[in-house]
Design a protein around this ligand. Structure first.
Ligand code: FES
Ligand code: FES
Length: 161
């Protein structure tokens, strides 16, 4: 076992992990931050996306030990300080960007990383960026709409599906 220490959602977190323990396991099982989901075992679905040192990462592709010393943000750290939904989360609600919600944490984390890099993405850029996030319910249309709305763009021109 190895001790890992990191900052998760602004607070210090540590625990003993095996060398093979994935970051997603550490978050879910050691820290009980179960908003980060596991939707596949092939690194394809993106339900496990978190931010590590400001970058979107599939937490099933990284060992917990590799995140030692890192700043990690999970979906639990995304709400505003008063507990209200942040702009992206609110836009998902307003534009029906979710159905079952299983993919939503990963979608929100990816969307947040996209908007940090590209504050006014085009529809094509949003769709391209979400290539690593799979949703089995929505058909993606309202997710794209929500992300564009969160970036402050008029989504009236994006036809309803
Ligand atoms: S659980 Fe990480 S990509 Fe599916
Ligand atoms: S809302 Fe169900 S998987 Fe995306």
């Amino acid at each position: 076992m190895t001790k890992v220490t990191m900052t998760v959602n602004g607070k210090p977190a540590s625990g003993d992990v095996e060398g093979r323990t994935l970051l997603v396991q550490f978050l879910r099982e050691n820290l009980r931050l179960t908003g980060t989901h596991v939707g596949c075992d092939t690194s394809q679905c993106g339900a496990c996306v978190v931010h590590v040192d400001g970058k979107a990462v599939k937490s099933c592709t990284m060992l917990a030990a590799e995140a030692d010393g890192a700043e990690v943000t999970t979906i639990e750290g995304m709400a505003n300080a008063d507990g209200s939904l942040n702009t992206i989360q609110q836009a998902f609600q307003d534009h029906h960007g979710l159905q079952c919600g299983f993919c939503t944490p990963g979608m929100v984390m990816s969307a947040s990383a996209l908007l940090a890099d590209n504050p006014r993405p085009t529809e094509a850029e949003v769709r391209d960026y979400l290539e690593g996030n799979i949703c089995r319910c929505t058909g993606y249309h309202n997710i794209v709409k929500a992300i564009m709305a969160a970036s402050g763009q008029d989504v009236g021109a994006i036809a309803a599906e």
